[in-house]
Design a protein around this ligand. Structure first.
Ligand code: 5GP
Ligand code: MN
Length: 312
C-alpha cells in the first residue's frame, strides 16, 4: 500500500526493534541511507540493526558505523517488529528477507518500484533515498548529528554524480546545504569516494579498450571479462567515461562478475533506460538503470544491442 512520509514515520515510531536493509550491490545511497536511518532510530530510543546481503565497495567503508553492518548467515533469524527496506523494491535484498517475518516498511525513489509487499513510501522525484531520509529526520524528531549528516550527504552525492545529474533538484541542494551546516566535510567524502586501486584504473583501461559503437555512434558498449573483473571491487564511474561521448545517447557497461553472470549498467541522455532494464528483469531510473543477465558476455551484449535498437 502507498503511504505518506508522515505515515512512514508513524510506523517507525510504533516499532521498537527495527531491522534495516537495502539492495544487493549496495551503492553510496543504499549504505548512506541505512546507516543514517540506524543512527536516527537509535537516537530516538529504538533498537536498530542493519543487514545487507552483499559486500560494499571499499570506499564506503570510511562511513561512520559501517563496521556494524552485518551480512545474514544461513538459517540466521533476527528478532524485529519492523523490516525497513531502503533504496530498493523488496525483491532485491537477498537473504535478509529470511531473517524475519516482521511487516515491511519500504522507502524508495526508484520509479520502477511496483510495491505490493508491505507499506511503501515512494518518491520518484527525490534524487536519492538519502534525500527522503533527510526529511524523515524531521518527522521523527531525530537529530542530524555529524555522523548522520555524513551518511546522508554521501547518498546525495553518489546518486547525483556530485550534484551534476538531471535528478538534482532544489530540495537536493537544500538538503546538502543543511547537512553541511550539521557538520559534513564535502571534501572528506569526495576524497574517500574518488580513491581507486591501481587494478581498478587498469580495469578502466581494459574496459575502454573494449569500447564498441552501434546505431550511428548513438550507443556505446563497454565490457569487462571475468578475469579482469575479479581483480578489483567496483566499476563505479566507468560508464561516465563513455556516457560523455558527444554522439552517445545510451551507454552500457557489461561486467562479467562470474561465468554466465553479467551485471549491466545503463545510462542515457534521453531514452528511458528504466524500461529496457525492467524488460530484462532489472530496474532503475529514466537515465540510470541496470539489470543482471545470466548469459555469456557476448550474448549479453547481443541482447542489449537488440533491446536498445527497438527503443531508439
Ligand atoms: P548502477 O548502474 O549504478 O549499478 O545502477 C543504476 C541504477 O539502476 C541504480 O539506481 C540502481 O539501483 C538501479 N539498478 C541497477 N541494477 C538493478 C537491478 O538489477 N534491478 C533493479 N531493480 N534496479 C537496478
Ligand atoms: Mn538510490
Amino acid at each position: 500500500m502507498l503511504i505518506t512520509l508522515k505515515e512512514a514515520a508513524n510506523r517507525l515510531k510504533a516499532a521498537d526493534k527495527i531491522l534495516i536493509t537495502a539492495h544487493v550491490q549496495p551503492d553510496g545511497d543504499a549504505i548512506g541511507s541505512t546507516l543514517a536511518a540506524m543512527l536516527m532510530l537509535r537516537s530516538i530510543g529504538k533498537t536498530a540493526q542493519i543487514y545487507v546481503d552483499d559486500i560494499a565497495r571499499k570506499n564506503l567503508q570510511a562511513l561512520p558505523h559501517f563496521e556494524e553492518i552485518r551480512r545474514p548467515k544461513d538459517g540466521e533469524k533476527f528478532d524485529a517488529d519492523l523490516l525497513l527496506v531502503l533504496d530498493t523494491s523488496t525483491d532485491r535484498i537477498g537473504n535478509v528477507r529470511k531473517l524475519t517475518d516482521a511487516p515491511i516498511l519500504n522507502i524508495d525513489h526508484h520509479v520502477t518500484n511496483k510495491g505490493g509487499d508491505g507499506d511503501l513510501y515512494l518518491e520518484p522525484a527525490a534524487a536519492a533515498t538519502c534525500e527522503i531520509v533527510f526529511k524523515l529526520a524531521d518527522e521523527l524528531d531525530a537529530p542530524i548529528t555529524p555522523d548522520v549528516a555524513t551518511c546522508l550527504y554521501t547518498g546525495l552525492a553518489t546518486d547525483t554524480g556530485f550534484f551534476q545529474f538531471s535528478n538534482t533538484r532544489a530540495e537536493t541542494l537544500f538538503a546538502a546545504s543543511e547537512l553541511i551546516r550539521c557538520g559534513v566535510s564535502p571534501n572528506f567524502i569526495s576524497e574517500e569516494l574518488e580513491r581507486k586501486s591501481l587494478a581498478e584504473v587498469m580495469g578502466l583501461r581494459a574496459a575502454l579498450n573494449s569500447l564498441k559503437m552501434y546505431y550511428g555512434d548513438k550507443v556505446a558498449v563497454m565490457t569487462i571479462d571475468h578475469a579482469t573483473a575479479k581483480t578489483f571491487d567496483s566499476t563505479e564511474g566507468f560508464i561516465d567515461e563513455i556516457r560523455v561521448i558527444d554522439t552517445v545517447d545510451v551507454a552500457f557497461l557489461i561486467t562479467e562478475k562470474a561465468p554466465n553472470f553479467c551485471r549491466v549498467s545503463m545510462r542515457s541522455k534521453g531514452v528511458d533506460v528504466s524500461k529496457i532494464a525492467a524488460k530484462l528483469g532489472g530496474g532503475g531510473h529514466l537515465r540510470a538503470a541496470g539489470c543482471t543477465l545470466k548469459t555469456t558476455l557476448a550474448e549479453a551484449e547481443r541482447l542489449l544491442v537488440a533491446a536498445i535498437g527497438e527503443a531508439l
